[in-house]
Design a protein around this ligand. Structure first.
Ligand code: ADP
Ligand code: TRP
Length: 335
């Protein structure tokens, strides 16, 4: 019998345009995993309501995220690509898991504390239980691996706790999901101004989006913070310089990176040249993706078909899980 593939789940919120952080933290791994795993990738539209209650641009963002996913190389014939809101079983599992999640631990979550600072006027219960919904997204497919960036590490730890609590209380059903980056550390793509990470909605001029045109990419990179260069040979790089090298390691050829490393170590680096090279390499990387995304975005019929088929497949597995969960909890009173 053919060995069953291990299950992978991950999601992106449709809260804005995708950027290099989403690509290198998440999407690149989705694409690498699609051949060898049973993959479920979705647009986390329910999650976006926790921070973006105004749904005026939600539809457009959902279509864009889908188009960008496919433009980056995800093949809807190989993976199940769907909307979170197409799978009501997730909401049911979220409800059960909420009874196993404690207010104190939810209040201590880093992302919750950040959001409380950012939106003090809208500290809703969905925001508090964000990690519970995320757990439901993952374990509804009984997934083992979750390709995400470093910022999601704590959420994954919570997901393992909730899966464990369920198993312990009601009986073994869920594997404990692991954050995944091909045996390597999870990554965080820094913003170009040296403060924090690239993000969909903050730091827009210091974030490079997959939809940015060539000129804008060049402008953003050329504005990145540098200084007048190291004064001593083999110095430690300041964060904002290390960030530029980190990006370069992802998009440039290794000979090029080595040459700039050498110049840095010998105090001969010219940051203007480094940024120009980095901008060129980011442009070469992004422009084909951007063009594909535009074409896919305008093919509404195709996107609709993809999402319909993905939703059906996702529901099939989700339904299996929910039936088992109900049975274990003891909600099957008359069978
Ligand atoms: P954002 O934080 O920009 O709103 P999401 O929360 O939708 O993006 O994140 C989607 C995926 O992209 C997650 O797996 C997240 O870990 C990853 N991600 C987001 N920003 C970065 C970043 N700067 N570096 C690495 N991964 C990131
Ligand atoms: N919380 C994730 C983020 O902000 C998005 C997300 C929602 C997710 N549900 C998920 C990621 C399940 C992986 C698995 O990036």
């Amino acid at each position: 019998m053919e060995k069953q593939k291990e299950v992978v789940v991950s999601g992106l919120r449709p809260t804005g345009l995708l950027h290099l952080g989403n690509y290198f933290g998440a999407l690149r791994n989705y694409v690498r995993m699609q051949e060898d795993y049973d993959c479920y990738f979705f647009v986390a539209d329910w999650h976006s309501l926790t921070t973006h209650p105004d749904t005026k641009s939600l539809g457009e963002n959902v279509r864009r995220v889908l188009a960008e996913n496919i433009a980056c190389g995800l093949d809807p014939e190989k993976v199940c690509l769907y909307l979170q809101s197409s799978v009501p079983e997730i909401a049911e599992l979220y409800l059960y898991l909420n009874m196993l999640a404690y207010k104190g631990e939810l209040e201590k979550t880093t992302t919750f504390k950040d959001k409380v600072r950012q939106q003090p006027e809208n500290i809703n219960a969905g925001l508090l239980t964000y990690p519970v919904l995320m757990t439901a997204d993952i374990i509804i497919h009984r997934a083992l691996y979750v390709p995400v960036g470093k910022d999601q590490e704590q959420h994954l730890e919570m997901a393992r706790n909730y899966a464990q609590r369920f198993n312990h209380r009601y009986g073994e059903l869920f594997p404990e999901p692991q954050a995944y980056n091909f045996g390597q550390e999870l990554i965080k793509i820094p913003s170009l101004d040296g403060t924090g990470k690239m993000s969909k909605s903050e730091n827009q001029f210091a974030t490079i989006y997959l939809a940015d045109d060539d000129d804008l990419i060049r402008k953003k990179v050329m504005k990145a913070k540098t200084d007048s260069g190291p004064l001593e040979k083999n110095s430690v790089k300041p964060d904002y310089i290390e960030n530029l090298f980190q990006l370069m390691r992802l998009v440039s050829k290794s000979e090029i990176v080595h040459a700039f490393e050498k110049d840095f170590n010998e105090c001969q680096i010219r940051y203007g040249d480094l940024k120009k090279q980095l901008a060129d390499d980011i442009v070469s990387f992004i422009s084909p993706i951007r063009e594909k995304a535009v074409a896919i975005y305008s093919d509404t019929k195709y996107l609709k078909e993809v999402i319909q088929k993905g939703g059906e497949n996702a529901r099939e597995r989700a339904n299996e899980t929910i039936r088992m969960a109900r049975e274990l909890i003891g909600l099957n009173y008359f069978s």
